[in-house]
Design a protein around this ligand. Sequence first.
Ligand SMILES: Nc1ncnc2c1ncn2[C@@H]1O[C@H](COP(=O)(O)OP(=O)(O)O)[C@@H](O)[C@H]1O
Ligand SMILES: [Mg+2]
Length: 273
Amino acid sequence: MTQPPASETEVTPPALWLREVDVDRSSTPVLRGLSWQVRAGERWALLGPNGSGKTTIVQLASGYLHPTRGVVEILGQKLGRVDVRALRRRVAVVSASVARMVHPWLSALEVVVPAEDGALEPWWRDYGPSDWQQGRELLGAAGFAHIADRAFGRLSEGERQQVLLARALMCSPGLVLLDEPCAGLDMGGRERLLSRLSSVAELGSSPPVVMVTHHVEEIPAGFTHVLLLRKGQVMAAGPLAETLSPRTLSECFGLPLTLQHQDGRWSSRMART
Ligand SMILES: Nc1ncnc2c1ncn2[C@@H]1O[C@H](COP(=O)(O)OP(=O)(O)O)[C@@H](O)[C@H]1O
Ligand SMILES: [Mg+2]
């Protein structure tokens, strides 16, 4: 009998695989016994109160932090056994700490294009016309072609987040991590960013995405899964429709909450007692 081609038998590893992960910081436990998988085609919302360990998970998932105990596997590579610099190039991060590292005098386009090399500045290599074109197209696809030549430091918060998202997509990542991308945005900025994330989600070729948020209102339409984190432990994780409920949400945030779901979006407020 002939063997099927290797490509058919190979199983794609999860984009992210955490196994029994503990993280201690300054000898204080921050994450405890965390096991979680993010697979191709999945888009996760990571919800939890302040201090529950969400940013710590983003740091693990991007190879910037090693677990105290347990195993972290990113794009099939085990942390601790792999050149993290090469790995980091394949994991795109949108976060306040990335925004802080960007030189404010660079144009929006000069912030987007060097992501191809995992760089923050454009002067380490001569980018070709097709690179600049791709950067312009990514900004254009979000409806932000008009800001391509404006200085990053002079953009509104909402425009900056769009630039960082275009930057994240520029490197054809295997995994996209967004840490509170809507923080500080006004309604228009938030809705435009969520709408862009939903359109990215609709592309068949889109990479798995993990988006950290405090608010169910910020879960973009088209997201598939949710992980609820409380005090460094997984409280619930799975497909959104099955996992997100008034009970799990109330337990996660420690107060009685209602939950509504309409047109692919969620909303919540405190329940009347
Ligand atoms: N470098 C650090 N040293 C000590 N404690 C830290 C450090 N970074 C984060 N923590 C603590 O770890 C916990 C989780 O932090 P974090 O992952 O930033 O939470 P979240 O993003 O959910 O708000 C918090 O209690 C925070 O104070
Ligand atoms: Mg955080």
